[in-house]
Design a protein around this ligand. Structure first.
Ligand code: NAD
Length: 368
């Protein structure tokens, strides 16, 4: 691996903070990619990384992704992420998360944390005992609670933008949609699709999750691998990343891919191009699933669910802008999305840099 500085220079990272607290067992890395647009917001992942290098690579990659997601969603946020190295099933304690909270507090608002893979709302409530710079806490504590409703709604409008572009329709009624993964987001997305009259096929590794959507919405269950071969209009990944790859793309019969899963393209450039070559319209994942970030970003100014939903509705126009740019330049949509995000970061970096009194970003929340 290159040196930390080389790694940071390669993708323009501003700051990496190594957090070490032998008394609580905390070993964490906070990466701040970019704060041009606002404080770096991004979840805290707890994962049993095989090595410190692996943890660093992950946190650098994820924090950069957050800059793009915030920029494309027109949020006044930068990109950051944290990883705690450890086993989330065995090593979680109040003191570990409070220790992490103290490191976050030490950054004085440059980084705002949230739950992520391996961490939960309860863990974030421990973090909140030490810092106000934490989002995604429970509704009872004035937070935004489960983000998946807003994520699913944003993904639904994103999917509809792709339908408008590719099929010229305003509704999904009569269209066939294959949803892979019916967990938190998938469940609500299936609800929207069914209510608007789509014919929905679902798959999941958990039978219970399948039974629930089949019972609630009368959708049809299919096998785990068979989802790629269905004769459908839309493939909707809502489970894992990297499901668009050399093996699956040639099997797809749909003309649209639009879903909430993160990092759907196994290799961004190869598989983004491959979808374009096959005439399949890919709705870039980080724009489609930006509702989750929109939801927690709302918490910073005092949470209002109505406002979160109305901001998530803008994902429709964001996607139409991406599709238009991709057409005009004859480039894959993932590339167009990156261009839109980069342009916003560049534009904002050109704002006049004169003294302004500091805003208290978390000012509206009583952290007592
Ligand atoms: P979840 O864990 O609640 O649901 C994922 C579902 O996928 C589970 O039911 C799981 O059993 C299923 N699954 C796992 N492997 C599968 C496989 N191989 N085939 C079929 N199903 C499989 O997660 P979620 O919160 O619904 O998130 C879904 C995706 O959306 C994830 O990629 C997540 O990163 C992304 N996302 C979620 C949010 C949010 O608000 N929850 C926001 C942005 C992005």
């Amino acid at each position: 691996m290159k040196s930390v500085f080389e790694e940071m220079n390669a993708k323009d990272h501003e700051q990496v903070v190594i957090c070490n607290d032998p008394d609580t067992g905390l070993k964490a890395i906070i990466a701040i990619h970019d704060t041009i647009i606002g404080p770096a917001l991004g979840g805290c992942r707890m994962w049993n990384y095989e090595s410190e290098d692996e943890a660093l690579t992950d946190v650098l990659r994820l924090s950069r992704g957050m800059s793009y997601k915030a920029a494309i969603a027109n949020l006044n946020l930068g990109g950051g992420k944290a990883v705690i190295i450890g086993d989330s099933k065995k090593q979680k304690t109040e003191t570990l998360f409070r220790s992490f909270g103290r490191f976050v507090e030490g950054l004085n608002g440059r980084y705002i944390t949230a739950e992520d893979v391996g961490t939960s709302v309860r863990d974030m409530e421990w973090v909140r005992m030490e810092t106000q710079y934490v989002t995604g806490i429970s509704r009872a504590l004035g937070g935004s609670g489960d983000p998946s409703l807003v994520t699913a709604f944003g993904a639904f409008v994103g999917l509809k933008a792709a339908v408008k572009k590719q099929l010229g329709k305003d509704q999904v009624s009569g269209l066939k949609v294959a949803v892979q993964g019916v967990g938190h987001v998938g469940y609500h997305l299936v609800k929207h699709l069914s209510e608007e009259g789509a014919k929905v096929y679902v798959t999941d590794i958990f039978d219970e999750s399948i039974k629930k959507v089949v019972n609630d919405f009368g959708v049809e269950a299919v096998g785990l691998d068979g989802i790629y071969d269905l004769d459908v209009d839309i493939y909707t990944p809502c489970a894992l990343g990297a499901t668009l790859n050399d093996e699956t793309i040639p099997r797809l019969k749909c003309s649209i891919v639009a879903g909430a899963a993160n990092n759907q393209l196994k290799d961004e450039s190869d598989h983004g191009q491959m979808l374009k070559d096959r005439g399949i319209l890919y709705a870039p994942d980080y724009a489609v699933n930006a509702g989750g970030l929109i939801n927690i970003a709302n918490e910073i100014e005092g949470y209002n669910r109505e406002r979160a939903f109305s901001q998530a509705e803008t994902i429709y126009d964001i996607l139409l802008t991406i599709f238009k740019l991709a057409d005009e330049n004859d480039i894959p949509t993932y590339k167009a999305a990156n261009m839109v995000a980069e342009k916003r970061m560049e534009d904002i970096s050109k704002l006049k840099n004169f003294y302004l009194p500091k805003k208290n970003f978390m000012g509206k929340r009583d952290n007592g």
